[in-house]
Ligand binder design. Structure first.
Ligand code: SF4
Length: 463
């Protein structure tokens, strides 16, 4: 939310003029301060979950959002409580290793911590390290990748949104998310290799591949190439690729490497299967003994502090003591025993989380809307709840209060873009390079949008 002003981090007065929320940079929104907690890899221990719940309850309005980058956001931070909130979260180990800055007068320490926090946009599969189908345990790469991102002063120039995705071949992955750099493990004739690409390039296949041990060096080279080529105002890899082409970025990166990435026929043929929506929710066995994971989604990606506390208790009693936040604004409890699965799903229902992929609220996402964002032309969250009661089977819909599309990094099958309160334009996903897709109908109320969707075959443009 670039229009919002930083409240807590004195770094805003220094060299780094970012208004992107962070752990130490609480920004003002219509419903109070907004604090973003980056979770490299999406993992949260039960102690950390309880710390977030406690901080949200005592320093803010108790509402916690799960984001499409598998992060958390604390909403409604009270004026004057920003520093205490950031400090509590840092002490829970939810910030960068830079440590807890000594006080608001220590501007340099704050600036360093803000930058280190901004550079922790690393996404893994929610099943990283616990899916026997995967060909590589990517949790091993978290520390080396963070070391690269935070290791060179030059990388402080990267946008707080600059993101890296690493996929180990698990059955759940978010490759439709337009990351700046993505890597995906696959079985190559010489052993496991990581195919990689830049932003959405290439659409099929990969640019090249490297061995697992070469991933940190490759990432470093790509970051240098990006910064060498980026002109003023170009903050994301897609912008640099649009000007130079992805292959030129790769060629430029080679000057920072002492090895050549693989570019053979196996790499060119490589394709990653997309994730089945049904695999995100409900009970799924991963091992021969029936143990596996339970997936759930809070309505429109929001929970309250009490629900997060209860999820932490459930993960502790039925799982392995961790929660995995997903890029679909949901949560997974990994390593649930077969005998505990039915009870776990029942408890998730009790907490009002959705576990059925066919449920309307599993097929709806909405941005903050006018209740929390001054940019929004409509109350998208409330409208999404009204649409849920009318949503045709199979329809997957994204409601966005403006063109920024904060709730969806991908293009949804259907998008309702707010024009005014309870007034939306409807777009169907197509192959256009940018935007929400093809305009299907204009100025619809929620009731009219539901009727229009119901008149479409299977109510999905891809069917
Ligand atoms: S997409 Fe929604 S939350 Fe994001 S800036 Fe627009 S109105 Fe605000």
């Amino acid at each position: 939310m670039k229009h919002e002003s930083p409240l807590a981090c004195p770094a805003s007065a220094g060299a780094r003029h970012s208004a992107c929320p962070g752990l130490l940079r609480v920004v003002a929104a219509r419903d109070g301060g907004l604090c973003r907690i980056r979770l490299p890899g999406g993992t949260l221990t039960t102690a950390q979950a309880r710390a977030v719940a406690n901080a949200a309850r005592t320093q803010a309005n108790g509402i916690i959002e799960l984001t499409n980058r598998a992060n958390l956001q604390v909403r409604g931070v009270r004026a004057g409580s920003e520093h205490a909130l950031s400090e509590a979260l840092m002490r829970a180990g939810l910030g960068p290793d830079a440590g807890v800055p000594g006080g608001e007068g220590d501007a340099t320490a704050y600036e360093n911590a803000c930058v280190a926090d901004d550079l922790r946009n690393l996404m893994l599969s929610p099943l990283a390290g616990c899916d026997p189908q995967a060909c590589f345990d990517t949790t091993q790469l978290v520390a080396p990748i963070l070391d690269v991102l935070q290791g060179e002063p030059r990388f402080a120039a990267l946008s707080p949104k600059f993101a890296v995705l690493v996929d180990g071949g698990e059955r759940l992955v978010a490759l439709d998310h337009p990351h700046d750099i993505w890597l995906a493990a696959f079985a190559h004739r010489d052993g496991v290799a990581f195919a990689f690409g830049l932003a959405g390039t290439p659409r099929d296949g990969a640019l090249a591949a490297v061995a697992p041990a070469q991933v940190p060096a490759l990432l470093r080279a790509l970051l240098h190439a990006f910064l060498d080529l980026a002109q003023d105002g170009e903050r994301r890899m897609r912008e640099v690729c649009a000007v130079h082409g992805a292959n030129a970025v790769l060629q430029h990166a080679w000057r920072y490497l002492d090895f050549a990435p693989l570019r053979d026929a196996a790499v060119c043929r490589w394709r990653r299967a997309s994730t089945d929506t049904a695999a995100r929710l409900g009970a799924h066995a991963l091992h021969a003994d029936g143990s596996g994971y339970a997936g759930a989604q809070p309505p429109l990606g929001r929970i309250d502090a009490g629900t997060l506390d209860a999820l932490a208790s459930l993960a502790q009693s039925q799982g392995d003591g961790t929660l995995r936040i997903t890029p679909w604004q949901g949560v997974l409890l990994p390593n649930v025993a077969a005998g505990a699965m039915a009870h776990t799903i029942e408890q998730l229902h009790t907490l009002d989380l959705v576990t059925d992929p066919a449920a309307p609220l599993a097929r709806l996402i909405a941005c903050t809307g006018s209740a929390g964002c001054a940019k929004s032309r409509a109350d998208t969250k409330a409208d999404a709840l009204r649409l849920a009661a009318r949503l045709p089977a199979h329809a997957e819909v994204h409601l966005s209060g403006c063109e920024r599309s904060c709730a969806a990094a991908h293009r949804a099958p259907w998008t309702l873009l707010a024009v005014a309160p309870d007034c939306y334009d409807l777009y169907a996903r197509d192959e256009a390079p940018a935007g929400f897709g093809r305009l299907v109908a204009s100025h619809l109320t929620i009731e009219a949008a539901a009727q229009t969707l119901a008149q479409r075959p299977r109510s999905t443009p891809d069917a």
